[in-house]
Every structure is written in C-alpha cells, then in structure tokens.
Design a protein around this ligand. Structure first.
Ligand SMILES: [Zn+2]
Length: 221
C-alpha cells in the first residue's frame, strides 16, 4: 500500500506504469449487470459518507445512474468484447501517400482522478497493402478513450493497434486534450492543454512529421 504523499505525486505527475491498461485477471468474470449492481451499492456509500440524503427524489437514483454510466458508457472500452472490429481492405488503388484523419473527438477520463479528458486526436498513416475504413479509426480511438486513461498510454494503444492492423509502422498519432483534473483542481489552470505525439516508421523522418503537421495546421473544411 502506497503512502498518501506517493499517491498524490503519481496523480499530479500523471504517471503510467505500462502501455497495457492494468487489469485484474478476473476483470470480466462478472456480467455488466452484476458490476452495475455492485458499483451502485458502493457509490451509495460514498454519497452517504459525504452527508447526502438519498431519500431525496433527486439523489435517490444517482448511484444507479453513475454505476450504469461507468460500465456502459464512460468505461465500456475496458472490455475487449466491445472492441471494434477493424476490418481491412486490400489497397487496390495503390494509394501510398499520407492519409490524415483529424479532429477525432476524445472523450476520456484520467485514471488518477476519474475526471474527464476532452480534446481531439489526429491520425496519419501511409498505406502499404492494407487500408482500413475511415470510421474504424474513429471507433478505435473512442474505444481506447473510454477507459480510465493516461494520455500517453492512450496514444500508444491507438498507435500500436493501427500499426498491427495496417501491417505498417508508418503511423502517427497526435492527441491534444484538456484534463479537468488540471483545470478544476490542483493547479486549476483553465487554459493549458496537453499534446502527445507518437509515431513510427517513416514518421521518424522529420519531412513526414512536417507534412502531417502542415495538414493539421492548415485545416480546410
Ligand atoms: Zn488526473
């Protein structure tokens, strides 16, 4: 068990211990409904401990609403059964220049405080033999975002999956996001946001990174 000071240090520095989301071996032994029931029970205790009167009509349903929201919405991306199927197609037209999917909404939550992380992801790749449906990239981002996260890990998880599916290292992932745990607590900085950049293959070469950033910075639409 960590001491309280160490717990705060990890939270304020937003440290992640590995690329994989740390999961228990029994993470998915229980059904979603069982989890909702248990979380509802525990959240009721949290609310009562804060002094709230759960006989009030406005509050009485909150433990259930929070539990359902955690399991079915905010953290649906923890469960591999919810992972979108990334079907690929042969690159028949031989398009081998850069493809950029930008302004993909990020709706996530920080694993250190369970507060929202919101922003955008921009993703580029150079197709080799395989291409993937555009919306699948958005779905993959959505899936990994919907679990307690650290922004660096989120970037890496998306990068790694796309590299595997597309069978090329030539992928770049950039995420810019605001963390409510930075804006509403702690330092309380309302304006700063965080940008993470992960890439492999041809993007090790500055020329490709510059082309990508050029597309991002000259949004035409
Ligand atoms: Zn946080």
């Amino acid at each position: 068990m960590m001491d309280k000071e160490h717990i705060e240090i990890i939270g304020n520095n937003h440290m992640a211990s590995s690329v994989e989301t740390p999961l228990r071996l029994d993470a998915f032994d229980k059904s979603d409904n069982e989890k909702i029931k248990n979380i509802e029970h525990h959240f009721e205790i949290i609310m009562k401990e804060l002094g709230l009167d759960l006989t009030d009509d406005s509050l009485s349903g909150t433990p259930y609403r929070v539990a359902k929201m955690y399991v079915k919405e905010l953290f649906y991306g923890l469960d591999p059964k919810n992972k979108p199927k990334l079907s690929t197609f042969e690159n028949k037209y031989g398009y081998n220049k850069m493809l950029v999917e930008q302004n993909i909404t990020i709706d996530s939550a920080c694993e250190h405080h369970f507060l929202p992380i919101t922003g955008h992801a921009h993703i580029a790749y150079l197709p080799k033999d395989k291409v993937v449906g555009l919306s699948k990239i958005n779905r993959l981002v959505d899936y990994y975002a919907h679990r307690p996260q650290v922004q660096e890990r989120l970037s890496l998880q998306i990068l790694r999956d796309l590299q595997n599916v597309l069978e090329t290292k030539d992928v770049m992932v950039m995420i810019s996001a605001k963390h409510l745990c930075v804006s509403s607590r702690g330092i309380k900085d309302k304006d700063s946001f965080t940008t993470t950049v992960e890439y492999g293959g041809c993007f090790e070469n500055k020329v490709y990174r510059d082309e990508f950033l050029n597309v991002i910075n000259n949004q035409t639409l």
